[in-house]
Every structure is written in structure tokens, then in C-alpha cells.
Design a binder for this molecule. Structure first.
Ligand SMILES: [Zn+2]
Length: 299
């Protein structure tokens, strides 16, 4: 029996395998979330330096973070170390969730607490993969949704940490959405294309109206690109639901943070995470939500 036949004949084995795969992907996403922005900042710094030097400005001084200088710092090298004591993380200390629990949430060397964020991202990804495997079975559609969810999870945490939504991740998401539609996995290609277009233009227009009215920038260009990418997955018909849900989730989280005094009205809250969560909910529960709304409003 081949692996394909095994997954085809036993949904349970596929769900368990998908969950374990998700835990491992989550562990990799933790690395991406931490390292990819550092790589981008280094690239942007070098570019800025080149342009300024060409223009005749003298640029001196080194970046504050030594990682920004090291060209060998990327997603795969060097191997992970404890940020406090520099202890090299051995492979048995790198098992998703398990190592965290065994070590009691501490570095095995210096006993510094390890953030709960790491196992959280692993469990979130694992649970998402397991649920997708359960819903959609062993199929190309499921693979597309695995990648969709992984990219959204990395965008959510990069935006929370660094207030950026890197273009390359947004673009992979956009192309994946269009390709999935083209291959007949998700929705008609025309709906996907129009969803992407309307996603970009709607936030772009909102951005300029807001800027003309208040002289402030309410959101960044990354947000338009993210909504374009989500639009390619959910299609033009459900785009409005994404916007309504993201505003709703944003309001709830914003008010909660204000009540907890973690933030004030003027502090900058990234919009990307709300868009990402709303896009994910719309793709998988959009029909249910719309049905529920129509039935309860008696239409
Ligand atoms: Zn340590």
C-alpha cells in the first residue's frame, strides 16, 4: 500500500499526519516570524546605504543589531540559540510543544523562560492543519489551504511584532489564490481575479479618503496587498464580509486592550492580523455566516 492509498483509505491517519505536519510547520513559522523581518531590514538598510552613498551623502555607523550586519544570518543558518545565554538548541530540544513542556518552559542551560508564543504558534498551526484535513480530506485543495493558513499565520505575527506585512509573503498568497482558482480548486477564476482587484482598490480608496480627511495614514500599502490576496481566495462576492468581520474583530480587540489599559486611543494597532483572521474565517465559514444572517433577518 502506498502512502497515497493509505491517506485515501483512512481519513483518521491523514488527519493525525496532517496535525503532526502542522506542528512541525508551526515550528518553522516561528523561525520565519523571527528571522525574515531581520533579513528584510538588513536588505533595506543596505539599499538605503547604497542610494545615499551614490547621492554623495556620507553614511557612517553600524546598525544597532549585530544580526543586521551578518550576511550569513538567514532562515536556515545559523542554528537557533537561546537569546539569553547563547546555548545551542539541540534537536531533541526542538520538538514542537513536547520540548517546551519537558523543559518546563525554560532554557535547559540558563533556565530563562521561553515565551509561550512558540508552542502557541505550533499548536495553532497543528490544529489548523488537522481541521483542514478533516474538512477537505486528502486533496490538492487541502494542500492549497495548508499553505494559505501558514502564510496568514506568519503575516499575523510579523505584523504584530514589526508592524510590516512583507510584500513577498503577500504576493505568494495572491499567486496561490489565483492559481488555486485557475486549477479549479476553489472558485471560478473570474471571481478570484475580481476579488483580488476589488480587495486592493477598496482599501486603497479608503486610505486616500482617510488621508484627505484627516491628513493621517490609517493603514499601510501592505494591508491593500493582503486584502487583494485574500480576495483571490474568497472571491469578489465575499469580500465585503471580510471587511465587516475585520472591522468587527478589530473593534472588539481594540476596546478590550483599551479597557485593560494596554493601549490608548492613539497608539498604532496593526490592521493586518484582523484582515488575516477575517479572511480565514470568511474562506471556511463565510457561507455559514451569510446563511445564518439571511435566515435570522427573515430574507
Ligand atoms: Zn539559555
Amino acid at each position: 500500500m502506498t502512502v497515497v492509498e493509505l491517506f485515501d483509505s483512512s481519513p483518521t491517519i491523514f488527519i493525525i499526519t496532517a496535525t503532526i505536519l502542522g506542528l512541525m510547520v508551526g515550528s518553522f513559522l516561528n523561525v520565519v516570524i523571527y528571522r525574515y523581518p531581520i533579513m528584510l531590514f538588513r536588505e533595506w538598510g543596505n539599499m538605503a546605504k547604497e542610494i545615499l552613498t551614490e547621492q554623495g551623502y556620507s553614511v557612517t555607523g553600524a546598525p544597532k543589531d549585530s544580526k543586521l550586519l551578518d550576511a550569513h544570518f538567514n532562515i536556515v543558518t545559523p542554528r537557533s540559540r537561546c537569546p539569553k545565554c547563547n546555548h545551542l538548541i539541540r534537536s531533541w530540544e526542538n520538538i514542537p510543544v513536547v520540548s517546551y513542556l519537558i523543559q518546563g518552559a525554560r532554557c535547559s542551560q540558563c533556565k530563562t523562560y521561553i515565551s509561550i508564543r512558540y508552542p502557541f504558534v505550533e499548536i495553532l498551526t497543528g490544529a489548523t492543519f488537522g481541521w483542514l484535513a478533516y474538512q477537505f480530506g486528502f486533496s490538492w485543495e487541502t494542500l492549497s489551504f495548508f499553505i494559505f493558513s501558514s502564510l496568514l499565520i506568519s503575516l499575523i505575527f510579523i505584523d504584530i511584532d514589526q508592524k510590516i506585512l512583507p510584500d513577498p509573503i503577500n504576493y505568494i498568497l495572491l499567486w496561490l489564490g489565483l492559481l488555486s482558482a485557475y486549477l479549479g480548486l476553489t472558485l471560478p477564476l473570474a471571481e478570484s481575479l475580481l476579488g483580488a482587484l476589488a480587495g486592493y482598490l477598496s482599501l486603497w480608496s479608503f486610505y486616500w479618503l482617510f488621508k484627505l480627511a484627516t491628513k493621517k495614514e490609517g493603514m499601510g500599502y501592505g494591508d491593500f496587498k493582503l486584502l487583494a490576496a485574500i480576495g483571490a481566495f474568497v472571491g469578489i462576492n465575499k469580500l465585503l464580509l471580510v471587511v465587516i468581520l475585520s472591522a468587527g474583530v478589530g473593534a472588539i480587540v481594540g476596546i478590550t486592550l483599551m479597557l485593560l489599559k494596554k493601549t490608548d486611543r492613539s497608539s498604532q494597532i496593526p490592521f493586518g492580523p484582523y484582515l488575516a483572521v477575517a479572511g480565514w474565517i470568511t474562506l471556511f465559514w463565510g457561507d455559514t455566516i451569510i446563511d445564518f444572517y439571511l435566515r435570522s433577518s427573515g430574507l
